[in-house]
Ligand binder design. Structure first.
Ligand code: 3PG
Length: 307
């Protein structure tokens, strides 16, 4: 029987797994579940029996793809697919998809959780600041960026965005001022929220040169990827700019150093939780299951991300 493996180091909520199971079994397929695995070998063993694979940020490298002798499709239940070796998948004839937009609201809501924590001085009891009337910059105006803008409106913020892949007119019709350069965004906004994917071009791109553009009291919030931050230069920036803060949902490699050096101006969640809500799990997990069923039954490749 066709087997669909859900392999999640960070498991979905039970209600989402139940929904995924229903989609898969009602299509006549079998669900295999591998959650909270501790060894890569467990994933390699499980994938060797799978026709299709659903993952989150789990690493699907050439070894995993090689072990999946029957694999036809891998769906990343989420937005970013930098955890999947697309070239190897393509060479192996495997279709890779993501589920764009399905967990965006959850990530966007967390942005404001982190921001309030930051501007209220990590709840240490001292006098903080408010979000209202602050200039808020959205770095990349995709699905998460749009949700972030919607929530920022409720806080009464002035909203700006930079996205090199969109026309200014398309951003501005949503009441958001578009900048033509990333430097303008960083030098104008009191708070910048990162929503860029980790690609060859963006890795390490949030560097000292850019960060130092932030105005006095600037805050950077990162719910995107740790790889886009130049971590050494972030240390240099926070060392020099004692007025600025960095809050993130993706623990940097130099977390211990950051925590030690900037206890009042740096915070990272212990585990990426942006998309970790029942709603986002249901949306992304069920979309992934439906996309797989559709692909296996009809060949639909609508959300394919590899060539
Ligand atoms: C995404 O790319 O969809 C988000 O970063 C969420 O990732 P996660 O599924 O590992 O929580």
């Amino acid at each position: 029987m066709t087997k669909i493996l859900v392999a999640t180091d960070k498991p979905f909520a039970k209600i989402a797994v139940d929904g995924i199971r229903k989609e898969i079994e009602s299509a006549g397929y079998q669900l295999a579940l591998l959650e909270k695995y501790t060894e890569k070998q467990q994933l390699l063993d499980a994938v060797s029996y799978a026709d299709a694979l659903i993952v989150r940020s789990d690493i699907v490298d050439s070894e995993v793809i090689g072990a999946g002798e029957n694999l036809k499709i891998v769906v990343r239940a989420g937005a970013g697919f930098d955890n999947i070796d697309l070239d190897t998948a393509t060479a192996a004839g495997i279709c890779v998809m993501n589920t764009p937009g399905q967990n965006s609201n959850a990530v966007a809501e967390l942005v404001f959780g982190l921001l309030i924590y930051a501007v209220r001085n990590f709840f240490n009891g001292s006098s903080g600041t408010e979000l209202k009337d602050k200039r808020f910059g959205i770095h990349a105006y995709g699905n998460v960026g749009r949700n972030v803008a919607r929530i920022a409106r409720g806080f009464g913020m002035e909203i700006y965005a930079y996205d090199p892949f969109l026309k200014a007119v398309d951003i501005e019709k949503e009441g958001v001022k578009a900048f033509a350069s990333v430097e303008e965004l960083y030098s104008t906004c009191d708070i910048v929220s990162l929503h860029i994917p980790a690609t060859t071009e963006t890795k390490n791109s949030i560097n000292y040169q850019l960060l130092k553009c932030l105005p006095k009291g600037g805050v950077l919030v990162n719910t995107a990827r740790k790889e886009v931050i130049n971590e050494q230069e972030m240390v240099k920036f926070l060392t020099e700019r004692t007025d600025c803060k960095y809050v993130t949902d993706i623990e940097p490699a130099n977390h211990a150093q950051m925590k030690e050096q900037f206890p009042d101006r740096y915070y990272s969640t212990p585990k990426k939780i942006g998309a970790q809500t029942a709603e986002a799990n249901i949306n992304a997990g069920i979309a992934a299951a439906q996309q797989i069923v559709d692909f296996l039954k009809t060949g639909n490749q609508k959300f394919r991300v590899n060539k």
